[in-house]
Design a protein around this ligand. Structure first.
Ligand SMILES: [Zn+2]
Length: 475
């Protein structure tokens, strides 16, 4: 798949341009004897001192390191004894803490532009949880400008990939015109959508010819094999896998497949999993499991208990009401009665484990803000569920760091703690490889070199909660 689109490249070149300009300015200054002015490089440097580093390019913690950050990039890293911290640099005491890359939410949603304050609040919810990269899975024109402003550091928020609006069409001419328009507008990928099954292969050919990846759902009536043959960039939510696992002659096929296959799940033949895995590997298609999308609806926990979770205070009341309603509606569906719902959860976990163990590419994504998934906060639920599926915490963290950088075809650009990488970092109180829950205990988050200590994050979260409470009282 091709994750590099013109917009993405442009954003990266702009950044390189800034770094080059800074380097030239420093060279120009070097000949002056302007002792009064502090060297720009010193004051602009942030140093994590004596910190244990979980670099994520290997399953190991490097102890007592010093990591220097300048102009939004990691510029140096090594044993504290070997790395000089420039005078005037901001020092962050890392003793007893673990520094690792921020995570990517590879199936997130950032609201459209009609309420800029709400957009900023949601972007901050991601940052506040150590999510420093979001693949925004369905957007509008406002997201193109938002993506570029984020890349330039004009707004506090994760680096964002902008998917097109939900792709739907009635005929081939319309679908080709829409894809061309999305590509010309600069969207990074086409979000699938309600593409009629007979138009799907032609849509795929057009998208490949244009060089715009397509990802998300597998449209209704399109089989898993067809999407894999068409080299869909990512399949999200394990769409159509349950249908593939049900043998062709199963009686269940006369019923509706239901919600992600819930209507057929009793007829799943687990012996078909290896074939599904092999086909996925052969296609090179990524999966973004979004386990929490199904598990939050299937869990025995009541909706009332779920909207009492602490993070719910950052969401508008109308969204919470929608989630409560959805849980009630799913609980009433014939194809989602407890046994089927639980079987669906089990099959999806089994599939994740099998795909991962065989080396199929997996990227972390929860689908926020769907079904009790508060942006940023939902990544903790998703990771806990992936561990419950049998992956180690380190393997889960890799799906949110090095794997998304590979998906973007920019390995080393982010998702690692190493010189040259973007300074998207999380400082933790304990090693998350011991317990994935440790990812929650953050001493601070750095986004593109901008440092957010925990107390400033808490303060801004309080402001957001107060705004939500105010709106609820007004409404
Ligand atoms: Zn979604």
């Amino acid at each position: 798949m091709n994750g590099m689109t013109p917009g993405w490249r442009a954003a990266r070149w702009k950044h390189a341009g800034v770094a080059l300009f800074t380097a030239m300015a420093m060279l120009a200054c070097a000949g002056h004897e302007d002792a009064a002015a502090p060297q720009a490089s010193d004051a602009d440097t942030i140093a994590f001192v004596d910190v244990d580093v979980l670099p994520m390019d290997r399953d190991a913690v490097l102890s007592a390191q010093t990591v220097l950050v300048r102009d939004g990039r990691i510029v140096s890293m090594g044993p504290s004894a070997d790395v000089d911290v420039p005078t005037g640099a901001q020092r962050i005491d890392g003793r007893g803490k673990v520094l690792m890359p921020g995570l990517a939410e590879m199936h997130g949603h950032v609201p459209g532009g009609d309420d800029p304050q709400y957009v900023e609040d949601v972007l901050f919810l991601y940052i506040a949880n150590g999510v420093t990269f979001v693949r925004n899975m369905a957007g509008n024109e406002s997201h193109l400008a938002l993506r570029d402003r984020l890349a330039q550091g004009e707004l506090d928020g994760p680096t964002m990939v902008a998917a097109s609006p939900w792709l739907g069409a009635r005929d081939e001419a319309e679908i080709n015109a829409t894809l061309q328009a999305h590509h010309a507008a600069g969207y990074d990928l086409a979000k699938l959508g309600s593409v009629p099954a007979d138009l799907y292969p032609g849509m795929a050919r057009t998208a490949h010819a244009l060089g715009i990846p397509f990802a998300g759902h597998i449209p209704e009536g399109v089989a898993l094999e067809t999407a894999l043959d068409a080299r869909q960039a990512s399949i999200d939510h394990f769409d159509r896998y349950v249908e593939f696992l049900v043998p062709g002659d199963a009686a269940a096929r006369s019923r509706s497949a239901g919600f992600f296959g819930s209507g057929w799940v009793d007829a799943v033949d687990a012996a078909r999993i290896p074939e599904a895995v092999q086909r996925t590997i052969d296609a090179g298609t990524w999966n973004v499991p979004t386990l929490s999308l199904v598990e939050h609806l299937a869990s025995p926990e009541t909706a009332a208990d779920m909207i009492a979770w602490p993070e719910m205070r950052y969401m508008p009341q109308s969204v919470l009401d929608g989630w409560v309603r959805a849980k009630g509606e799913f609980g009433a569906r014939e194809d989602f009665q407890p046994a089927a719902a639980q079987r669906l959860v089990e099959v999806r976990r089994q599939l994740l484990k099998a795909l991962h163990d065989r080396g199929a590419p997996i990227a972390l994504g929860s689908d926020a803000p769907q079904f009790f998934n508060v942006p940023g906060f939902s990544i903790h639920h998703e990771m806990r569920m992936m561990v419950a599926a049998g992956m180690t915490p380190y393997e889960v963290l890799a799906t949110g760091t090095t794997a998304p950088a590979r998906y973007m075809q920019t390995p080393g650009e982010f998702g690692v703690v190493a010189p040259g990488a973007r300074a998207d970092l999380v400082l933790l109180d304990a090693d998350p490889r011991q317990d994935i829950g440790h990812f929650k205990a953050q001493a601070g988050v750095m986004v593109r070199g901008r440092w957010w200590p925990a107390d400033r994050i808490r303060a801004r979260l309080e402001t957001i909660a107060a705004r939500r409470a105010e709106t609820a009282a007004d409404g």
